[in-house]
Design a binder for this molecule. Structure first.
Ligand code: GUN
Length: 285
């Protein structure tokens, strides 16, 4: 068997085209374009690339991005003040605080300061809680993007065993909530899991979000499984590798995402879809 590729780049492009139509429709109605405030602090090269990708995607669909770029870290009080100002700004629909923050800043106080209705990353405990109680509002972007990819395969999710490897606040945990909401039986594995292979081998749907290059060998994959690889690991030679050994896994899986070009573009597209949602939910300004 050779797995079908799940082409995140193509699916994200079609999602962006839909968003552009909705933005154009708003303009025809005389409403201003949706707007996204983007806060980038420090000089992490990966964060700079992510922010550039997000800003370029905004331009493509006609969302206004409002950059707040700080090379040197502000104090906690200054950053809280900036977030409050953006919360109150009627011309801002969404607020993106790019993570990680440079030490000693911790992300939690700022994430919790963002108005849930402008939390287009879906990281605020309110939005995580809404997902947990099966009443999703703004959904965390990467897990929501993965659900869009899974729906595109056409596979039945109800009752399937989904195994997630990685239990981070922003990816692994909300991924479990999304899959549970879709009717999967969900197992979340993490750094303390003993005998990871025993879980992975029984996954109808495997979502790898550990951030460890090629943690999962191809011969662990169940025949016919759907493999979603969220890992984006930069190797010493500069190449990107996922958490799954793609070449071997491809021989056993029915569907698999490539890295790059799988989940990554979906995270960006879902962020813009959330920004569109946040703008639509607001009283027109
Ligand atoms: N850093 C890496 N991925 C993300 C993301 O999806 N959102 C934010 N805010 N920061 C990130």
């Amino acid at each position: 068997m050779t797995a079908h590729l799940i082409d995140g780049k193509r699916i994200a492009a079609s999602l962006l085209a839909d968003i552009k139509e909705r933005v154009d429709e708003r303009e025809r109605q005389g409403l201003r374009r949706p707007s996204l405030a983007v806060i980038l602090i420090g000089d992490d090269p990966a964060s700079a690339i992510y922010v550039r990708n997000k800003t370029e995607a905004c331009q493509r669909v006609g969302i206004t991005s409002v950059p707040h770029i700080m090379k040197t870290a502000p104090s906690e009080a200054e950053l809280l003040t900036l977030v409050s100002q953006l919360n109150e700004d009627a011309n801002i629909d969404g607020i993106l605080l790019q993570l990680p923050l440079p030490p000693p800043l911790r992300p939690e106080p700022f994430i919790e300061q963002i108005l849930p209705s402008k939390d287009v990353d879906g990281f605020h405990p309110y939005n995580m809680g809404r997902l947990a109680v099966r009443r999703p509002a703004l959904r965390p972007c990467t897990p929501a993007g993965v659900m869009t990819l899974l729906r595109h395969t056409g596979i039945e999710l109800l009752g399937r065993h989904a195994v997630i490897v990685g239990a981070s606040n922003h990816v692994g945990r909300p991924m479990g909530l999304e899959l549970l909401l879709a009717g999967c039986t969900v197992t979340t594995c993490h750094r303390f899991t003993k005998d990871l292979r025993a879980y992975v081998e029984h996954a109808d749907i495997l979502v790898a979000a550990a951030g460890k290059p090629r943690l999962i060998p191809g011969d662990w994959i169940k025949e016919g499984a759907v493999v979603i690889d969220i890992g984006m690991n930069r190797l010493p030679d500069g190449h990107l590798a996922g958490d799954v050994d793609f070449k071997e896994a491809q021989k056993r899986a029915a569907w698999i995402t490539p890295v790059p070009g799988g989940v990554g573009p979906m995270t960006v597209a879902t962020l813009l879809a959330n920004t569109m949602e946040a703008a639509s939910a607001r009283v027109p300004a």
